[in-house]
Design a protein around this ligand. Sequence first.
Ligand SMILES: Nc1ncnc2c1ncn2[C@@H]1O[C@H](COP(=O)(O)OP(=O)(O)OP(=O)(O)O)[C@@H](O)[C@H]1O
Length: 398
Amino acid sequence: MPLLVLYNPVSGDSTAKAFFDEHVLPLLKTSGKVVDQVVATEHPNHAGKILVDFVEQHEGEIAVVLGSGDGTLNECITTLSSAQLTGARAGAPPKVVFVLVPSGTANALYSTLFPPPAEGTADVTYRLQSVKSFLAGAKTRPLTLAITTLSSPPSARKRPQARISAVVVSTCLHASILKDSEALRQEMPGLERFKVAAEKNGNKWYNSWVKLLPAPGAEVVQIYDPTTQAFIDHPESDSEDPIVDMDGPFAYFLATVNVDRLEPAFMISPLSSRLPPTEAACDLVIIRPFRSPAVSSDTAATREAFTAISWKVLGAAYRNGSHVDLRYDAKGEVTSEGDGPSVVEYIRCGGWEWVPVDEDENAHFLCTDGAISTIEKEGRAVCSAAMPSADAGFLVHI
Ligand SMILES: Nc1ncnc2c1ncn2[C@@H]1O[C@H](COP(=O)(O)OP(=O)(O)OP(=O)(O)O)[C@@H](O)[C@H]1O
């Protein structure tokens, strides 16, 4: 199988080149793997172009040893998915098997596939697990893709734009954090930039109309029930009318595919590994402040007071994803006991629609694997989960 070795020398703490020179390339060589090309990216979006060129120059399934974070992986998937391939590849995109070497800041996909040991993620052996799987000819897993279509208002008569994600699609707090944290990258190369950006955005609420759509093979939308610790049919979704309508305001709205965490310890969608989906589906984590018995109005004071609840939820996500079982007591305090309303609505669905209220500028940001897009006024974002056919698509070595 043609083998491309590709790394982003500036992802994470910029150590990918040293790690490849010292560990990855020697290991491939001593294992007898013939590497067809070794390339370092030179600028944003370069990874996708390198992959497309490689695909056009080689036949059959392609293996890519990729040293990067989730952003560069996304560039590879996005560029190849939208490329007009020429020659023998025209109209027939190949199967691409990624062998991941975590070299980014968050490495969400890698740390989901290989949950990190307590000692952390810097260890050489820890970082070479996907490479070892590749060398052993061990298992691969297909990636589900979340495809989000951004539409302009009908009067604009513009084509919708598609964004592809292999990890996360979000609005609200997470999108605001990612938007602001990018400006801090130089100053803070590690995960602390996300915390600084979170402080700035904690008291925002977002107004939007939302629809939840069932997965293709499921009749209805599903919701996690903390009492039985299982998914159940959403009470507002049945075979007659499976689509669930949701009102805001929202404090948090985030969908994942393929991952149960966005950083090694931040397990925001833990059920994707505890109760794995059997088909292409998004796991959606939603916080709506009006579910709290203590919140009945949207004012600066209620928003400020609710910040403590959001931090409790996100703090519990760092403790093994325990936020999914949090509830409100009668006074609106957060507890892990009783039978009050769940603080988080944890949904499993085939897709969703986000139609931001025009006046709410902050509700117009969308994050797809770290990249930020702006939904136009009177526009919308529609996301659906898809699994590619058996002879195409993207896989990872596990
Ligand atoms: N040579 C380069 N110079 C500057 N930027 C680059 C170069 N190569 C790639 N990039 C950009 O670097 C950005 C960050 O890459 P990547 O997502 O892999 O790492 P990360 O953000 O540190 O990790 P993670 O996504 O896991 O948090 C990408 O948006 C990519 O476009």
